[in-house]
Design a protein around this ligand. Structure first.
Ligand SMILES: O=C(O)CCC(=O)C(=O)O
Ligand SMILES: [Fe+2]
Length: 222
């Protein structure tokens, strides 16, 4: 599955609660994932607004339309890799949490996400795992969108080229995504893993800050 299998890679440090790993998926798998993301764009366009959810395609739609994304989200390989990097045993989060496995689309000029934490509704520590699938500017380089994370009081820029894994503890690391420009596109496969994915009492998992932070991100389908 991975170019960098857990036996061979040098694991990045997770001391700052954020780590990246380049070329994380083997070429064949990445191509399969990219094809599913491309098909999702088309499918969702023709379905019109039934599946609309900010700029995201949520888990319920993914399960039907993007089986490879969902099965790799649940795979032992992915779980082991994330566990190894964060230094704790993690599991996928429940199916009804729309943030468990989703695809975020930045499609129109100005699509962005403001500063936020990824809220944790679980008992355990919880980690956000991003794999950008498309990140295209007009000149063939990357889009103008920048992932910024607060590190020691400073804004650190984290490059998000396709097939780089970005892992962070979203409830502890404040982050934002700056706007894309005209003619650009950025699609990010986003996953959540948790050391104890049971709900905290009195708190639903229906929403993460992410969902409300998305107000600035216009949908593909409006
Ligand atoms: O698109 C990104 O790079 C980050 C998205 C994000 O912050 C989130 O999914 O909560
Ligand atoms: Fe986030």
């Amino acid at each position: 599955m991975f170019v960098t299998t857990p036996d061979r890679i040098e694991f990045p440090s997770f001391e700052s609660k954020l780590a990246t790993l380049d070329n994380v998926l083997a070429a064949g798998l990445f191509a399969q994932i990219a094809a599913e993301v491309a098909a999702l764009i088309e499918t969702e366009r023709s379905y019109l607004p039934a599946h609309k959810k900010g700029g995201t395609v949520a888990y319920s739609a993914l399960r039907e339309k993007a089986p490879a994304l969902v099965s790799h989200y649940h795979s032992a390989t992915m779980r082991r890799l994330v566990s190894r990097i964060v230094g704790a045993e993690v599991k996928p989060t429940p199916l009804h949490d729309e943030s468990s496995c989703s695809v975020l689309f930045y499609e129109r000029p100005g699509d962005h996400i403001g500063w936020h934490y990824d809220h944790n509704f679980y008992r355990g520590r919880h980690f956000t795992v991003l794999i950008p699938v498309v990140n295209r500017g007009r000149d063939g380089g990357l889009s103008a969108a920048r992932l910024l994370a607060k590190q020691g009081g400073r804004d650190m820029e984290v490059a998000t080229p396709p097939n780089r894994m970005i892992i962070f503890e979203g409830a502890k690391v404040r982050h934002k995504v700056t706007p894309i420009s005209e003619g650009e596109r950025r699609c990010v496969w986003s996953m959540t893993y948790c050391t104890d994915p049971r709900n905290l009492a009195f708190q639903g998992v229906a929403r993460r800050v992410k969902d409300t932070a998305f107000f600035g991100l216009r949908s593909l389908w409006t």
